[in-house]
Design a protein around this ligand. Structure first.
Ligand code: SAM
Length: 286
């Protein structure tokens, strides 16, 4: 139960590009609250000015210390209402705000959502990939070895997996994805959503890598990377997926069929016997 004398913490979504995506309720809330806590006050000042919002802004970002958090909490405890916003989209989704929301709730402060844009939801909804179940992994690691580690569980993942990625790493990330899952895994690259150069490319990792290397404009802007899940029913029926074949082909360069099948079985979840039989039936790989 929240104390009726406390202020309310509103978590307010702002546009991810197109300013027309701000909601009426978001604008009403931003005008009505006593304080807006923003990830980058200079960035948000422009947005607020555009919409004629003159509410007091304070900074609350990734590097904000305990004191800053306590200051916002004490404002709320003294009855002032606060809106939390980030540079774009929904706060807390790969953006600051978790500590504040967590502490506010622990102290009995009412936290309310003013929902709106979110790049991962926007990308999923137009990707053509299954959305009934999905996994959001946030930003991919910057180091190639860590990225490959992050991709390995996808060999056996049947749900759509969604990542955020920055433009300067997109080519390297797709190369790593191809190395781990094989070039044939289906992906979608959703770029610059709601903005002038919005592009949604879909196809195999191999094809999209080629496409964005041929047209470097396709490497600019903000990206959501979506990876299609594996077909679990095919897995159960003993079908050796293209990803498993790619892994087997690599392993067979270094180890005998038996060892390669055992390792690939552990990684992909496909039965060792099915992998072994596939290798024997495809001797150019063994
Ligand atoms: N809180 C935001 C949200 O609700 O989506 C995400 C913030 S995170 C710091 C920024 C990342 O989100 C970008 O690097 C990109 O991966 C993704 N993103 C944000 N805006 C986007 C857009 N317009 N098109 C595609 N991806 C976007």
């Amino acid at each position: 139960m929240s104390d009726i004398n406390y202020g309310v913490l509103y978590v307010v979504a702002t546009p991810i590009g197109n300013l027309g995506d701000i909601s009426q309720r978001a604008l009403d809330t931003l005008k009505m609250v006593d304080v807006i806590a923003a990830e980058d006050t200079r960035h948000s000042a422009k947005l607020l000015q555009h919409f004629g919002v003159s509410t007091r802004l304070i900074a609350y970002h990734e590097y904000s210390n305990e004191q800053r958090l306590e200051k916002i909490v004490s404002l709320l405890l003294s009855g002032e209402s606060v809106a939390l916003i980030s540079d774009a989209g929904t706060p807390l989704i790969s953006d600051p705000g978790y500590d504040l929301v967590n502490v506010a709730r622990e102290r009995g402060i009412l936290v309310q959502s003013v929902p709106g844009s979110c790049a991962l939801v926007a990308a999923l909804s137009i990707s053509g990939l299954p959305c009934n179940q999905f996994v959001f992994e946030g930003f991919l690691p910057a180091k190639s070895s860590s990225r490959c580690q992050a991709f390995t569980p996808l060999l056996d993942e049947s749900r759509t997996v969604v990542f955020y990625e920055s433009p300067h790493r997109i080519v390297d990330s797709l190369k790593d994805l191809s190395a781990v899952l094989g070039g044939q895994r289906e992906i979608v690259l959703a770029r610059e959503l709601t903005k002038t150069y919005e592009t949604v490319l879909s196809g195999s990792v191999e094809a999209l890598l080629q496409q964005i290397q041929d047209d470097t404009n396709q490497q600019r802007g903000e990206f959501v990377l979506l990876v299609k899940g594996v077909d679990k029913i095919a897995l159960e029926k003993g079908v050796v997926s293209s990803e498993a074949k790619a892994l087997m082909a690599i392993l067979l360069e270094y180890t005998p069929v038996k060892t390669a099948s055992a390792i690939a079985a552990k990684v992909t979840g496909i039965k060792k016997r099915d992998l072994y039989q596939w290798a024997l039936a495809n001797p150019k790989n063994s």
